[in-house]
Ligand binder design. Structure first.
Ligand code: HEM
Length: 448
């Protein structure tokens, strides 16, 4: 029996033991697959799914073999699987020289859960309300400075908003004198994570030797110095206990053994939150406007409901944007031992890759999946394994509530202030930046 047929039979429960090895996938070699992946990930996912079904293998050069899955039942098995077996941190090692060895993104198992627990309190849903006022103020100020009547790219401005929000709510820095150098150092630092001229050498020399590149070391040192000063001042702040910014809460957090977080841990997590939360949220906001301006009737409905003080359509718009234009198209788990999944016994070392993009475009889950229809979420809240823009399980995005709240605040302030139309009628295609899928023309609009 063909491997695929045998595996399918055993999925249905009638078949023999699982097939040992990886599911079938495109025949072309690792190099062309990687090249296509790095520019046209969504196309490669769609083509492979059409040809091989809900589970197929891609070969990605620096990643090894990916068993891509797009079935909610299999996604559930992965997200609820044993964190000892499904490693996510191992897949993020390229970020280690930048974010540090304590970063929640690069750790696994016990160490990961330890750091994650320390970070959870400031990211609880209710806490977001406390950040609302600051977020609104920042968004309003920025949006009021935008020009009208000329083509204007929203993505860089959305990045300015998300950076400002992180500086004030995560770092808790409010005075102009401190903010300017911090803003500059953080922008410079962020460049390390998105600039291909820097990322490429990191990939080539590997995470362990990258410290020897002087330009790299200089930028990291500059941001480290600033963080050390802020940490020092904040430790001595008299109002530390009343402060609700994330940094102040980290200073008060305790490990299970009662010890506080070290300076290195706090530094690593601050930068992790910056890198994980800045470009992602700005990109999602840009897509929201890109889609809304192509659907003026939906933009008008949103404006009317916002004016009336209602939030349901706004929330649904955010959810639909993240469904139709997820910022990240896959999440990755590396197997530490063989795992039976979907009729295959996948080998240790392989990666299991739930595809956000494919799950979100499945017509059985979302009828007319290509349409932008916030209405679909008005009566049906998103499902845990069918709406996964933030991944899932013990690795689910820590900033999921934060970023959705932030998106509602920014969109509200924007539609209240401006008439908005697209600079060009044609929809914007997607463009892959380091790992995010962004609108190709940076969500270019004309404000009125
Ligand atoms: C629309 C905006 C965002 C999107 C689409 C997004 C998406 C994601 C995804 C897909 C993951 C990986 C989940 C997995 O492997 O299962 C992740 C992890 C993470 N995100 Fe976000 N994110 C966003 C905003 C934020 C924000 C604002 C923050 C913090 C301020 C943040 C902090 C994190 C952290 C710390 C992790 C690692 C969690 C862990 O490994 O335990 N993210 N995010």
């Amino acid at each position: 029996m063909e491997a695929a047929t045998k595996a399918a039979a055993s999925v249905n429960g009638h078949g023999p033991a699982p097939v040992k090895g990886l599911p079938p996938g495109p025949r072309m070699g690792r190099v062309p697959q990687t090249a296509i992946w790095s520019r046209h990930a969504q196309w490669l996912l769609e083509q492979s799914r059409a040809r091989f079904g809900r589970m197929f293998t891609l070969k990605i050069a620096y990643e090894g073999d990916w068993a891509v899955i797009s079935d909610p039942e299999l996604v559930k098995q992965v997200f609820t699987g044993d964190p000892k077996v499904f490693h996510a941190g191992e897949g993020n090692q390229i970020l280690r020289p930048i974010l540090g060895e304590n970063s929640v993104l690069v750790l696994d198992e016990k160490k990961h859960i330890g750091q994650r627990k320390l970070l959870l309190p400031p990211f609880h849903g209710e806490r977001m309300q406390g950040y609302g006022e600051k977020m609104t103020e920042i968004a309003a100020r920025e949006i009021e400075s935008w020009p009208t009547g000329v083509p204007y790219k929203l993505r860089p401005r959305m990045q300015a908003i998300t950076l400002e929000i992180i500086i004030e709510t995560v770092f808790g820095v409010h005075d102009a004198e401190r903010m300017e150098p911090l803003r500059e150092a953080l922008r410079d630092f962020l460049d390390l994570t998105t600039n291909p001229r820097i990322l490429l050498p990191v990939l080539m020399v590997g995470p362990d030797r990258v410290q020897y590149i002087p330009a790299f070391r200089r930028r990291i040192a500059a941001v480290d110095r600033l963080i050390a000063t802020i940490l020092d001042e904040r430790r001595r702040a008299e109002d530390l206990e009343e402060r609700d910014d994330v940094l102040s809460m980290m200073l008060q957090a305790r490990h299970e053994d009662g010890s506080p977080m070290s300076d290195a841990e706090i530094r690593d997590e601050l930068l992790t939150l910056l890198v994980a939360g800045h470009e992602t949220t700005a990109t999602a906001l840009s897509w929201a406007m890109e889609r809304l301006t192509r659907h003026p009737e939906k933009l008008e409905r949103l404006r009317a409901e916002v004016e009336a003080g209602e939030d349901a359509y706004l929330t649904a718009t955010v959810q639909e944007t993240l469904r139709l234009r997820p910022v990240i198209v896959v999440v990755v788990r590396k197997l530490t031992e063989p795992v039976e999944l979907g009729g295959y016994e996948l080998p240790a070392g392989a990666r299991v890759v739930p595809s956000i993009h494919l799950i979100h475009r499945d017509p059985q889950i979302y009828p007319e999946p290509e349409r932008f229809l916030p209405e679909r979420f008005l009566d049906n809240p998103p499902g845990t394994y069918t709406w996964i823009p933030f991944g899932g399980g013990v690795r689910r995005c820590l900033g999921a509530a934060f970023s959705q709240f932030e998106m509602t605040v920014v969109l509200r302030e924007l539609v209240r202030r401006h008439q908005i139309r697209p600079a060009r009628r044609a929809p914007e295609r997607n463009y892959r930046r380091a790992i995010t899928e962004t609108p190709r023309r940076d969500a270019e609009v004309v404000l009125g």
